[in-house]
Design a protein around this ligand. Sequence first.
Ligand SMILES: NC(=O)c1ccc[n+]([C@@H]2O[C@H](COP(=O)([O-])OP(=O)(O)OC[C@H]3O[C@@H](n4cnc5c(N)ncnc54)[C@H](O)[C@@H]3O)[C@@H](O)[C@H]2O)c1
Length: 250
Amino acid sequence: MRFQNKVVIVTGAAGGIGGAISSRFAAEGAHVIVTDMNGEGAESTASQIRGEGGSARAVASDISNAEGCRAIIDDVIAHEGRIDVICNNAGINRRGNLLSLTPEDWRLSFAVNIDAMFHLCQAVLPHMIEAGGGAIVNTASQWGLYPAPNHIAYNVTKAAVASFTQNLARDYAPSNVRVNAVCPGEIHTPMLEAGVKRSGRTIADLDKLVPFGRIGKPEEVASLVAFLASEEAAFMCGSLVEITGAQAVA
Ligand SMILES: NC(=O)c1ccc[n+]([C@@H]2O[C@H](COP(=O)([O-])OP(=O)(O)OC[C@H]3O[C@@H](n4cnc5c(N)ncnc54)[C@H](O)[C@@H]3O)[C@@H](O)[C@H]2O)c1
C-alpha cells in the first residue's frame, strides 16, 4: 500500500498501459483520477477499480489542446485538493516516413505526445512545489531512443518526451519533484494490435523479435511506473528506464 492517501492522475487511462497503471495505483491504496478523451473507457476503468474495492474517479478530456489539459488539473484541485503523482501516459502512433506522413498527423503527434505534457506539468508543478514535492512519470518509448523505421512522428515525439523528462528533472529536483520516464518496447495493448493489423503481421511475429521470446504486458509496465512513483525510487530523478525484454539491445 505504497500510495495510501495519495492522489494520482493517469492520462490515456481508458485501457492499455494507462488502464493497468490506474489499477496498480488503486490496488496500492491511491485515489486515482482516470482520464482519457474516451470518456466511456475512462468510466469503465474507474468503475472496475471501484468494483474491486479501490478508489477512482473518471475525468473525460481531450489533451491535444492546452484548455483540455488545464481543465483536468483544475477539476482535480477543485475536487481532491491535491496531486501527488501524475503519469503522463496518453499517446498516439501515426505511422509514416517523412514523405508519406501528413502535416496534420505530424502536428497531432506533437500535440498529444509532447505538448500535452508541457501543459499538464505546467499546471501541476505549482501544486506539487507548494505541497513540498511530488512524482511525475512519463511514458516515452524504446523508439524514442532507438528509432524504428517509418514512424518518424512517433519516434521524434518520444525522443522529445525523453529530453523533456531530463530537463524537468534537472530543474525541479531541488523542489523535491522527481521526474522519470519509462521506455517500453512492444507491449500488448489496443495501440499495438492496431499497428500489427496495419502492417499485416501477427503478435507471434512480434514475439520472435524479442529476445525474451514474448512481447510485454501492460501490467509489467504498470509495475515499473508504480516503483518510479514510490518512495522506493527516492533517489531516482531524470532516469529513462527501458522495459523491452532485451529487444532494445538485440
Ligand atoms: N503498446 C506499446 O507497444 C507501447 C510501446 C511503447 C510506448 N507506448 C506508449 O504507451 C502509452 C500508452 O499506449 P497504449 O499502447 O496503452 O495505447 P492505447 O492506444 O491503448 O492507449 C492510449 C490512450 O490514450 C488516449 N488518447 C489518445 N489521444 C488522446 C487525447 N488527445 N486526449 C486524451 N486521451 C487521448 C486514447 O484514447 C487511449 O485510451 C502511449 O504513450 C504509447 O506511445 C506503447
